[in-house]
Design a protein around this ligand. Structure first.
Ligand code: VG1
Ligand code: CO
Length: 542
C-alpha cells in the first residue's frame, strides 16, 4: 500500500472560484501546495467521500496531466473508492457532466480555463461539479473558499504516476482508477437526442459544414460524431487535434478568434453551415454562409424549433437565460406559453431550474447554449441541434434566422469588452454606476424606466445572489448592462451589453453596431469609460 502523507501547508490568499471555477496563471497553479490546497479544500467541503466515485478530466491544456496525477494521489489519500479519468486526461466540460450523471458519481473535478489561452505562461483552471453534474452552486464554492483560507494540511499518497493513456483499471492504494473513453458516452447521449438519420441523409445529399475545434478539446468528439457517426466528409472538422497550447491561439469561438472558420464560411462556394467550440467544449458559435448567428438569437431559434428534434418532441417546460442575454428567447417563450427565467451570469445558476424541471433550454449571450440533458452548456449539442433543425427545415441558416426575426421581431444585440483594464479603475466605474439614480431621466433619445444592480432570488432554493450587473432599462425596452468579468486572470474586464428591439421587418437587416450606435455612445458616456479606463474603443466586440 502506498504511504499516505499528511503535508503541512499554509493558505494561499484568493482561492476564490469566480464565474466558473478557480482560474489563474499556470505559474500560480504550479507552485508547491497551491493546487493541493484547493483540492483538499474541495474534498473537505463536499461531505462524506469515503468509498465514493469521482470523475476527473480536463480540456488538455498545459499542466492538465500533471494536475490530474496530483488529484488522483490526493483522492486516494482522502478515501475515494474510484476515480474515472478520461483517457489522456481529456474530458470536455459537457462530457464530464454527462458522465457524472450517467454513472451517478459523487461529482467531478474539471480542469479548464475554457476559452483563455493555454501554455506555460497562460491560464489554468479547476472546478468541482456536484453529483447532479453541474458546477457547484455558490453555497458550495463559498464553503470551498472559506476552507482554503483556513487550511493547514492536505493528504496525498506517495506513488508512481499512473498511465492515463491505457484504458482500463489500475490500482492506487485502496482506490481504483478507471481510464475510460471520454467520447463514447457523450456521443451516445447526442445520438439519443437528435435525428442522426436525417442529418446523415443531409450530408449524403451534399450538405456541407465546417466545425472548428480550435485545437481544443472538442476535436475527438467532433470527429467521432460528425465524421464517423454522421458521415460528414473527412476534413469537416478543422483544427481537430487538441494541443496543450491550442496552437498558440485563443480557443474562443467568436468572430475575432475563430477567424479561420469565418473566412471558410464567406463567399460563394462556402459551406452551408459553420460552427466552432471553445477550449473545454461548452461554448458554440454558429454561422451560415456569410451569416453570423448571435448566441442570444441562437437560443431563441433553437427554442422555437425544438420540437423538430426527437429529444425535445414533447416541447419545452421553460427557458432560462442569463440576465445580460437578449430577450429574444422571452418572445419565443411567450408565444409557446412557457415560463422564462432570468438568472445571473454563469451556468451554475441554471442547475436548480433544470433539476426542478422548470426549464428545458438555457442560454447565455457568451456563446453558451444547453439543455436539461446535462448540467453544463454544451457546444457540440448546440451544433447538433442546429444540424437537426437545418435537416428538418431544409432552409439556409440565414433564411431561418431572418424568418424568425420577421415572426418575433429582432433583438438587436452586441457586447463590448474592455479587457485588461486597471482593476481599481474598473471597481470605481462600477461604483459610479451603482450610485446613479436615473429613473425618469432622459439619456439622448431614451427615457430611463429603471436602473438597478441585478439581484437574483433562486425560485427553487431561495438563495440570493446580489451585485450581478448594473442594468439601465429604457422605456422602449432597450437595455444597457454593465458587468465585470469573473473569469479573467489579469486586471479586470468590463463587459457592456447593449440591446434594442426592432419589430419592423423592413429595418431588421442592419449591422448591429450601426443600429445600436446611439446606445453605444450613451453606454460609454454614462460609465465614463474613457475618463476612467483610458480606453476609447473596446478590445473585443461580439
Ligand atoms: C464568462 C461569460 C459567462 C460564462 C463564463 C464561463 O464569464 O460571460 O456567460 O458563463 O464566462 O464560460 P465572465 O464572468 O467572464 O463574464 V466558460 O466557457 O469560460 O466556462
Ligand atoms: Co468554456
Amino acid at each position: 500500500m502506498p504511504e499516505i502523507r499528511i503535508v503541512s501547508t499554509r493558505p494561499f490568499p484568493g482561492q476564490k472560484p469566480g464565474t466558473s471555477g478557480l482560474r489563474k496563471k499556470v505559474a500560480v497553479f504550479a507552485q508547491p501546495h497551491y493546487l493541493e490546497n484547493f483540492v483538499q479544500a474541495v474534498f473537505d467541503s463536499i461531505g462524506d467521500i469515503a468509498g465514493k466515485t469521482l470523475v476527473v478530466g480536463g480540456d488538455g491544456r498545459y499542466h492538465n496531466r500533471a494536475a490530474i496525477q496530483t488529484i488522483l494521489k490526493m483522492a486516494a489519500a482522502n478515501g475515494f473508492g474510484r476515480v474515472m479519468v478520461g483517457q489522456g486526461g481529456i474530458l470536455s466540460t459537457p462530457a464530464a457532466s454527462a458522465v457524472i450523471r450517467k454513472y451517478r458519481t459523487f461529482g467531478g473535478i474539471i480542469l479548464s480555463a475554457s476559452h483563455n489561452p493555454g501554455g506555460p505562461t497562460e491560464d489554468f483552471g479547476i472546478k468541482y461539479n456536484i453529483p447532479a453534474g453541474g458546477p457547484a452552486p455558490e453555497a458550495v464554492t463559498e464553503a470551498i473558499h472559506a476552507r482554503s483560507e483556513a487550511i493547514s494540511e492536505y493528504r496525498i499518497v506517495t506513488a508512481a504516476d499512473l498511465d492515463l493513456d491505457r484504458p482500463g483499471e489500475q490500482r492506487l492504494g485502496a482506490m481504483t482508477v478507471e481510464v475510460f473513453d471520454p467520447v463514447a458516452d457523450y456521443a451516445d447521449l447526442m445520438e439519443s437526442l437528435f435525428d442522426f438519420a436525417a442529418i446523415r441523409a443531409a450530408f449524403k445529399a451534399g450538405f456541407r459544414m465546417r466545425f472548428d475545434a480550435m485545437h481544443a478539446v472538442t476535436g475527438p468528439y467532433a470527429v467521432e460524431i460528425l465524421e464517423r457517426r454522421l458521415g460528414a466528409p473527412a476534413g469537416t472538422v478543422m483544427n481537430g487535434v487538441p494541443l496543450e497550447d491550442f496552437g498558440g491561439g485563443h480557443p474562443d469561438p467568436n468572430l475575432v478568434h475563430a477567424h479561420d472558420l469565418v473566412e471558410a464560411l464567406s463567399g460563394e462556394g462556402a459551406p452551408d453551415f459553420g460552427a466552432a467550440s471553445d477550449g473545454d467544449g461548452d461554448r458554440n458559435m454558429v454561422l451560415g454562409r456569410d451569416f453570423y448567428v448571435t448566441p442570444s438569437d441562437s437560443l431563441a431559434v433553437l427554442a422555437a424549433n425544438a420540437t423538430l428534434c426527437p429529444g425535445y418532441k414533447a416541447g419545452l417546460k421553460g427557458i432560462a437565460r442569463s440576465m445580460p442575454t437578449s430577450a429574444a428567447a422571452d418572445r419565443v417563450a411567450e408565444k409557446l406559453g412557457i415560463p422564462v427565467f432570468e438568472t445571473p451570469t454563469g451556468w451554475k445558476f441554471f442547475g436548480t431550474l433544470l433539476d426542478a424541471g422548470k426549464a428545458t433550454l438555457c442560454g447565455e449571450e457568451s456563446f453558451g447554449t444547453g439543455s436539461d440533458h446535462v448540467r453544463e452548456k454544451d457546444g457540440l449539442w448546440a451544433v447538433l441541434m442546429w444540424l437537426n433543425v437545418l435537416a428538418a427545415r431544409k432552409q439556409s441558416v440565414a433564411d431561418i434566422v431572418t424568418a424568425h426575426w420577421r415572426e418575433f421581431g429582432r433583438n438587436i444585440y452586441s457586447r463590448h469588452d474592455y479587457e485588461g483594464i486597471d482593476a481599481k479603475a474598473a471597481d470605481g466605474l462600477m461604483e459610479h454606476l451603482r450610485g446613479l439614480d436615473l429613473k425618469g431621466k432622459r439619456l439622448g433619445a431614451y427615457g430611463v424606466a429603471v436602473n438597478d444592480d441585478f439581484a437574483y432570488t433562486d425560485p427553487v432554493d431561495g438563495s440570493v445572489s446580489r451585485k450581478q450587473g448594473i442594468r439601465v432599462v429604457f422605456d422602449d425596452g432597450s437595455r444597457i448592462v454593465y458587468r465585470l468579468s469573473g473569469t479573467g486572470t489579469e486586471g479586470a474586464t468590463l463587459r457592456v451589453y447593449i440591446e434594442r428591439f426592432e419589430p419592423d421587418p423592413a429595418r431588421q437587416d442592419i449591422d448591429p453596431q450601426a443600429a445600436l450606435a446611439d446606445l453605444i455612445v450613451i453606454a460609454r458616456d454614462l460609465a465614463e469609460i474613457e475618463a476612467r479606463t483610458g480606453r476609447t474603443e473596446p478590445t473585443v466586440i461580439t
